[in-house]
Write a protein that binds this ligand. Structure first.
Ligand code: ADP
Length: 440
């Protein structure tokens, strides 16, 4: 079976052709600078063959044409005919409260994704363009939407409500949603496999630390709290985003600096975080090098970044009544022993001890806690594309669309309501679903 996974952004389209049954990628690539005349297509085949092509890709329709052309190409391709693509799985950033599970795309789903554009104006329109382009170039091929927000829809109201008039939640859907859901799901599931226990028996804190950073409290397979909120600005310090802050600061900056609200928004999203504090860079590798050579601002950025992670590990241990494991992932989480060590400093009282030798061992999946540590700590590469491909396969098979039915049909994310008792029982429901899921 071959599933095409698409991540359609504003100026790029990432793709992977995956064989989900064998959990391996056949080809992957990136169309960069979509919408410009000097676009670049970078393509890699599973056997290591790589090619870079300059092109003019002015829209998403053309981007998908290029994806198909390179997959079909004689010299660099992996398929002979478009019909070999059994289904397409799309990363969709915001599912709002409409989607707590991945879904087969139809007209109604397209309308609902469109309705959620107001919650993610920078992402959902491009995700939709990817879906429309596939409708045109692969008509009749089943498509599945996998939402970044879905995994967090099990959060109870006490975790997702802000302390503002309830009316605003009802009127404008202002609440905490959370993002990076597929990554938090993947690494929690993978940690359960490595621990050798079902996910529905474990309390896991996951930390996705990339350019965007978020953490989740995964209580027996359900995300019961997460650091990102209404938008991906809340929570941890990030490359260029501030994370948590007192909202009054915005009014203060607007007044004192004479900024417009749009400029203040840009300041918090693009000029804050590691970049803002260090005054140098948003790149953690450079922050680490600079602090080692004595740069005080870089050290401050590093300290604020790591301290906030430590604080949330403690908060989530309290939220779940203990923790069995902490998982670090994303570019920083996978690759920085310094950030992992600093984030876990002082947590020995939770039974969490880092082993310095294990923590410094080279990349790849690794256990970094000591043998005697009650809490297991892992650094694990994430694989969001695999989650999307597996969800797509399960959903398409269970729907009986073109691929022969046969699998369990259980999707990775269970569909639950977000209100009151229903949300509370979602924890139990999800725990059941987690136990039914095949390991990733
Ligand atoms: P994105 O969120 O855009 O997918 P990534 O997950 O690739 O980003 O993470 C990018 C971040 O990972 C950058 O801050 C980069 O500096 C950091 N990073 C990558 N490798 C290392 C490393 N060896 N040590 C520390 N940080 C690293």
């Amino acid at each position: 079976m071959k599933i095409l996974v698409l991540n359609s952004g504003s100026s790029s389209v990432k793709y992977q052709l995956i064989d989900p049954e064998n959990r391996r990628f056949l080809a992957k690539g990136l169309i960069d600078r979509v919408g410009m005349s000097d676009s670049v297509v970078t393509h890699e085949r599973h056997d290591g063959d790589k090619v870079k092509i300059s092109a003019e890709v002015l829209d998403h329709q053309t981007a998908i044409e290029y994806v198909l052309a390179v997959l079909l190409s004689k010299n660099h391709g992996v398929i002979q005919d478009k019909s070999e693509i059994d289904a397409v799985g799309h990363r969709v950033v915001h599912g709002g409260e409409s989607f707590s599970a991945s879904v087969l795309v139809d007209e109604k789903v397209i309308d609902e994704i469109r309705e959620n554009i107001e919650l993610a104006p920078l992402h959902n329109p491009h995700n939709l363009r990817g879906i429309q382009a596939v409708l045109k170039h692969l008509p009749g091929t089943p498509q599945v939407a996998v939402f970044d927000t879905a995994f967090h829809q099990g959060m109870p109201p006490r975790a997702f409500l802000y302390g503002i008039p309830y009316l605003l939640y009802k009127k404008y859907k202002i609440r905490r949603y959370g993002f990076h859901g597929t990554s938090h799901y993947y690494v929690s599931q993978r940690a359960a496999e490595l621990i050798g226990k079902p996910l529905n028996q474990l309390k896991i804190v996951t930390a996705h630390l990339g350019n965007g950073c978020s953490m989740a409290a995964v209580d027996r397979g359900v995300s019961i709290d997460t650091t990102m909120g209404f938008t991906p600005l809340e929570g941890l310090l990030m490359g260029t985003r501030s994370g948590d802050l007192d909202p009054t600061i915005i009014l203060h900056i607007v007044g004192r600096e004479g900024l417009s609200l749009a400029e203040a928004n840009t300041l918090l999203n693009k000029h804050s975080g590691l970049l803002g504090i260090s005054g140098l860079t948003s790149d953690m590798r450079e922050i680490i090098l600079e602090r080692k050579s004595g740069n005080k601002q870089a050290d401050l950025a590093f300290q604020v970044f790591s301290y906030r992670i430590r604080k949330y590990i403690g908060a989530y241990a309290a939220a779940m009544g203990g923790i069995d494991a902490v998982v670090f992932t994303g570019g920083i989480g996978e690759n920085s022993p310094e950030v992992r060590a600093e984030s876990c400093t002082g947590l020995e009282f939770l039974g969490l001890n880092i082993d310095n030798v294990r923590n410094s061992s080279p990349e790849g999946e690794k256990l970094i806690s000591s043998e005697s540590s009650k809490v297991r700590v892992y650094a694990l590469p994430t694989n969001e594309e695999l989650v999307i491909a597996l969800d797509t396969m399960r959903i398409v098979k269970s729907s009986g669309k073109s691929i022969a039915a046969g699998a369990s049909g259980v999707s990775s994310f269970h569909r639950v309501k977000g209100d009151g008792e229903e949300a509370k029982s979602a924890v139990e429901k999800r725990a059941n679903v987690a136990s039914e899921q095949k390991p990733l």
